[in-house]
Design a binder for this molecule. Structure first.
Ligand SMILES: *Cc1c(COP(=O)(O)O)cnc(C)c1O
Length: 473
């Protein structure tokens, strides 16, 4: 299996190379040259298998011969298998019925209580394994407004060949979010509180990567949402849920709370691989660039509005480029041209035929904050369930866009309610408690370096800690 760039001007790579590189040198995103195919018989054979077994079968064609099959299966088993102690549920991603032929796929039982753990726990180990074989190390740096940094930290902690430095704006992330990052006591984890805003953190990150000498010296890398391996690992739970509800005999539909289009794109991949998905509902908050696209065919940036579902507060959706590549029949030049228009003019449009093709599978749906809180209250009242605001957007969108009552609608539960306690308490009258594995979060000691909003201060800190690692301290 080879990986090509969505902009068509980068050499094709094997899985392990695409994993480490993340972004292609032409600015594009890596995507498999062709989709592995699972026949109805192949899918029927998944019935009764464990999450780990299904994961190995679904992902192996993407790995190809770039890693030894036994080693890959062992890694998958370590993360998702019967002896794992990473996820707080033996099914990894349990399905819970919430209505008539209506289901919630709970993706939030990982260490940081959000769906990103499902893929990142594997990605951290894959990185480490590939680096070990090559005799290399990397320095991962990231910037977070609070929601995604902890998942990356948990994925990289205690990995031998990775140092991770995570920047967050000092005093501007919630206490739960800060503590989920700063209470991780591992030699290779470094939290940095920047005296500035999230935009300052992102600018520092960009500048650090833009400093080629520094980038090479420290072997900088990222595990952000454009990494192909994350999409691959997310494809697994679409198969797991569909098979549990009767695939391949029964078709299914999914409603996916969406920001960067990574999670729902994994559903698209499952569809392309042969899973009978009747509909993918792309659920957004007021930052609705995706919902507007599926309505109108026009993809146009707007300013970001803060909402009660902050993990979906985005201006553009980075993984959307992978869908464009498909809609434009793998024409990297066409994709480059559209993204050029996006950069120069703030938007672009696709023609009616391509929009119709996209709409044959995808429906966009948008929910504002008031409706999000109403949905949290509704599930609490009718089902006795407490759900988080991102999940609520998925549930409401699924209800509004059901293709057919006979087709199970599966909403993706993207975060644990305790991760967003204020809005949940407002909607339900009860503050959701942290789950047992995090119950002592407020008692754990924290470690964090406070630095000014200054590139050389950040670089000096990273160099100091990085050097300390390589000299064996
Ligand atoms: C990241 C995230 C999303 C958005 O997922 P994308 O893959 O970026 O579309 C939704 N909800 C939660 C809780 C998240 O952490």
């Amino acid at each position: 299996m080879k990986y090509v760039s969505t902009r068509g001007r980068a050499p094709a790579l094997a899985f392990d190379e695409a994993l480490l590189d993340g972004l292609a040198p032409d600015g594009g995103l890596y995507i498999p040259e062709q989709w592995p195919q699972f026949s109805a018989d192949d899918i029927a054979a998944l019935e009764g298998l464990s999450y780990a077994e299904i994961a190995t079968r679904i992902m192996s064609p993407f790995i190809g011969d770039s890693l030894p099959a036994d080693d890959f299966a062992a890694m998958v088993d370590e993360v998702y298998g019967a002896k794992q102690n990473i996820f707080a549920h033996p099914d990894i991603t349990p399905l819970v019925q919430i209505g008539d032929n209506e289901w919630l796929l709970e993706l939030f039982h990982g260490p940081t209580l959000a769906f990103k753990d499902v893929a990142l726990q594997l990605i951290g180990r894959l990185f480490d394994y590939v680096l070990e074989r090559r005799g290399g190390r990397v320095t991962i740096i990231g910037a977070t407004s609070g929601d995604t940094g902890s998942a990356a930290i948990e994925a990289c902690r205690d990995r031998d060949n990775i140092d991770i430095f995570m920047l967050h704006p000092k005093g501007r992330v919630s206490e739960v979010q800060r503590r989920q990052m700063t209470t991780v006591m591992a030699d290779n984890v470094h939290n940095i509180a920047i005296e500035g805003t999230f935009d300052d953190c992102q600018a520092l990150l960009k500048a650090a990567f833009g400093d080629v000498a520094f980038r090479d010296e420290m072997a900088l890398s990222a595990v952000n949402s454009i990494n192909w391996a994350r999409v691959m690992a997310q494809t697994v739970y679409y198969f797991v849920a569909a098979v549990a509800l009767g695939a391949p005999r029964q078709s299914v539909a999914f409603a996916v709370p969406s920001g960067n289009f990574g999670n729902v794109f994994a559903g698209f991949v499952a569809h392309r691989m042969g899973l009978d998905i009747k509909r993918l509902v792309v659920a957004t908050n007021s930052n609705d660039i995706l919902a507007r696209f599926f309505d109108s065919g026009r993809y146009e940036t707007a300013t970001v509005t803060p909402t009660v579902s902050p993990s979906m507060d985005i201006q553009v959706s980075s993984n959307f480029e992978r869908l464009l590549y498909d809609l434009y029949d793998h024409d990297g030049n066409a994709v480059s041209r559209l993204l050029g228009e996006l950069a120069d003019q703030g938007g672009f449009a696709v023609d009616d035929a391509r929009l119709a093709r996209a709409r044959a599978l995808f429906t966009g749906y948008r929910l504002d904050d008031a409706a999000t809180e109403e949905t949290i209250a509704l599930l609490h009242r009718d089902n006795g369930m407490t759900i988080d605001p991102h999940t609520a957007i998925g549930v409401a969108a699924g209800r509004a866009c059901r293709p057919d009552q006979a087709v199970p609608m599966i909403a993706l539960g993207c975060a644990h309610p305790a991760k967003f306690p204020d809005v949940v308490a407002r909607a339900t009258g009860t503050r959701p408690p942290l789950p047992p594995q995090l119950a002592d979060l407020y008692d754990r000691p924290e470690t964090c370096e406070v630095l000014p909003n200054d590139l050389s201060a950040v670089q000096d800190f990273i160099r100091g800690k990085g050097t300390a690692k390589t000299t064996g301290s």
